[in-house]
Design a protein around this ligand. Structure first.
Ligand SMILES: [Fe+2]
Ligand SMILES: [Fe+2]
Length: 145
Protein backbone atom coordinates (compact mmCIF):
# COMPACT_ATOMS: atom_id res chain seq x y z
CA UNK A 1 0.00 0.00 0.00
CA UNK A 2 1.27 3.50 -0.73
CA UNK A 3 1.79 5.87 2.19
CA UNK A 4 -1.19 8.21 2.67
CA UNK A 5 -0.58 11.94 2.74
CA UNK A 6 -2.82 14.46 4.45
CA UNK A 7 -4.70 16.60 1.95
CA UNK A 8 -6.41 19.92 2.59
CA UNK A 9 -9.54 18.33 1.18
CA UNK A 10 -9.68 16.25 4.40
CA UNK A 11 -9.64 19.24 6.73
CA UNK A 12 -12.68 20.13 8.84
CA UNK A 13 -10.96 23.32 10.04
CA UNK A 14 -11.48 21.95 13.52
CA UNK A 15 -8.14 20.91 15.07
CA UNK A 16 -9.46 18.55 17.78
CA UNK A 17 -10.83 16.25 15.06
CA UNK A 18 -8.29 17.05 12.32
CA UNK A 19 -5.37 16.23 14.62
CA UNK A 20 -6.84 12.83 15.46
CA UNK A 21 -7.46 12.10 11.78
CA UNK A 22 -3.85 12.98 11.01
CA UNK A 23 -2.63 10.77 13.86
CA UNK A 24 -4.66 7.84 12.57
CA UNK A 25 -3.29 8.28 9.05
CA UNK A 26 0.14 7.94 10.62
CA UNK A 27 -0.96 4.71 12.35
CA UNK A 28 -1.95 3.30 8.95
CA UNK A 29 1.30 4.50 7.37
CA UNK A 30 3.36 2.96 10.17
CA UNK A 31 1.48 -0.32 9.67
CA UNK A 32 2.33 -0.18 5.96
CA UNK A 33 6.03 0.16 6.86
CA UNK A 34 5.74 -2.65 9.44
CA UNK A 35 4.19 -4.91 6.82
CA UNK A 36 7.13 -4.36 4.47
CA UNK A 37 9.40 -5.55 7.26
CA UNK A 38 7.09 -8.40 8.30
CA UNK A 39 7.08 -6.84 11.74
CA UNK A 40 4.21 -8.55 13.55
CA UNK A 41 4.62 -6.67 16.87
CA UNK A 42 4.07 -3.52 14.79
CA UNK A 43 0.84 -5.02 13.44
CA UNK A 44 -0.27 -5.89 16.98
CA UNK A 45 0.31 -2.23 17.86
CA UNK A 46 -1.79 -1.20 14.84
CA UNK A 47 -4.75 -3.22 16.12
CA UNK A 48 -4.37 -1.63 19.56
CA UNK A 49 -4.25 1.82 17.94
CA UNK A 50 -7.46 0.99 16.05
CA UNK A 51 -9.20 0.25 19.34
CA UNK A 52 -7.89 3.50 20.84
CA UNK A 53 -9.13 5.38 17.78
CA UNK A 54 -12.55 3.79 18.06
CA UNK A 55 -12.80 4.49 21.80
CA UNK A 56 -11.44 8.02 21.86
CA UNK A 57 -11.99 9.49 18.44
CA UNK A 58 -15.46 8.10 17.71
CA UNK A 59 -16.72 9.16 21.13
CA UNK A 60 -15.34 12.69 20.67
CA UNK A 61 -16.76 12.94 17.15
CA UNK A 62 -20.17 11.61 18.20
CA UNK A 63 -20.22 14.02 21.13
CA UNK A 64 -19.41 16.90 18.76
CA UNK A 65 -22.21 15.78 16.41
CA UNK A 66 -24.69 15.96 19.27
CA UNK A 67 -23.50 19.41 20.29
CA UNK A 68 -23.87 20.82 16.79
CA UNK A 69 -27.20 19.04 16.19
CA UNK A 70 -25.79 17.30 13.16
CA UNK A 71 -28.86 15.98 11.29
CA UNK A 72 -27.28 12.83 9.84
CA UNK A 73 -25.88 11.57 13.16
CA UNK A 74 -27.62 8.17 13.08
CA UNK A 75 -26.14 7.13 9.72
CA UNK A 76 -22.72 8.40 10.79
CA UNK A 77 -22.80 6.48 14.08
CA UNK A 78 -23.90 3.39 12.13
CA UNK A 79 -20.83 3.79 9.88
CA UNK A 80 -18.64 3.91 13.00
CA UNK A 81 -20.32 0.79 14.36
CA UNK A 82 -19.75 -1.01 11.07
CA UNK A 83 -16.05 -0.11 11.23
CA UNK A 84 -15.82 -1.48 14.79
CA UNK A 85 -17.34 -4.71 13.52
CA UNK A 86 -14.91 -4.88 10.57
CA UNK A 87 -11.90 -4.37 12.81
CA UNK A 88 -13.10 -7.01 15.28
CA UNK A 89 -13.42 -9.50 12.42
CA UNK A 90 -9.95 -8.71 11.04
CA UNK A 91 -8.48 -8.97 14.53
CA UNK A 92 -10.12 -12.32 15.17
CA UNK A 93 -8.89 -13.74 11.86
CA UNK A 94 -5.40 -12.38 12.61
CA UNK A 95 -5.34 -13.92 16.10
CA UNK A 96 -6.53 -17.27 14.79
CA UNK A 97 -4.07 -17.46 11.88
CA UNK A 98 -1.76 -20.40 12.55
CA UNK A 99 1.33 -19.28 10.64
CA UNK A 100 3.30 -16.09 10.23
CA UNK A 101 2.55 -16.14 6.49
CA UNK A 102 -1.19 -16.26 7.15
CA UNK A 103 -0.92 -13.46 9.71
CA UNK A 104 0.88 -11.29 7.19
CA UNK A 105 -1.75 -12.08 4.58
CA UNK A 106 -4.55 -10.97 6.94
CA UNK A 107 -2.55 -7.95 8.08
CA UNK A 108 -2.17 -6.92 4.42
CA UNK A 109 -5.92 -7.13 3.90
CA UNK A 110 -6.49 -5.16 7.11
CA UNK A 111 -4.10 -2.37 6.15
CA UNK A 112 -5.61 -2.21 2.64
CA UNK A 113 -9.06 -1.89 4.21
CA UNK A 114 -7.90 0.79 6.67
CA UNK A 115 -6.23 2.83 3.93
CA UNK A 116 -9.38 2.94 1.84
CA UNK A 117 -11.74 3.33 4.78
CA UNK A 118 -10.03 6.21 6.53
CA UNK A 119 -9.81 8.38 3.42
CA UNK A 120 -13.33 7.53 2.28
CA UNK A 121 -14.82 8.10 5.72
CA UNK A 122 -13.11 11.43 6.30
CA UNK A 123 -13.90 12.79 2.85
CA UNK A 124 -17.46 11.53 2.53
CA UNK A 125 -18.78 11.48 6.11
CA UNK A 126 -16.65 13.46 8.54
CA UNK A 127 -16.41 16.25 6.01
CA UNK A 128 -20.20 16.71 6.23
CA UNK A 129 -19.68 18.09 9.76
CA UNK A 130 -17.60 20.99 8.51
CA UNK A 131 -20.38 23.53 7.84
CA UNK A 132 -21.90 22.78 11.25
CA UNK A 133 -18.67 23.05 13.23
CA UNK A 134 -18.74 26.85 13.11
CA UNK A 135 -21.62 26.55 15.59
CA UNK A 136 -19.18 25.27 18.22
CA UNK A 137 -17.44 28.62 18.25
CA UNK A 138 -20.68 30.25 19.32
CA UNK A 139 -21.54 27.81 22.10
CA UNK A 140 -20.44 28.33 25.70
CA UNK A 141 -17.79 25.94 27.02
CA UNK A 142 -19.22 22.58 27.99
CA UNK A 143 -20.09 22.31 31.67
CA UNK A 144 -20.13 19.16 33.73
CA UNK A 145 -21.98 18.71 36.99
FE1 LIG B 1 -16.62 9.71 11.60
FE1 LIG C 1 -13.44 10.99 12.20
Amino acid sequence: MPVISWRDQMSLDYPPLDDEHKAFLEVVNQATRDLHEHNLPGIDAMFEACYDYVRNHFSLEEDVMERINFPDIDAHVAAHQQFIQNIAEFRQAYEQAATKGKKIDIAQKTVAFLSVWIIGHIISRDKMLKPYLVRLRNLPPRMSY
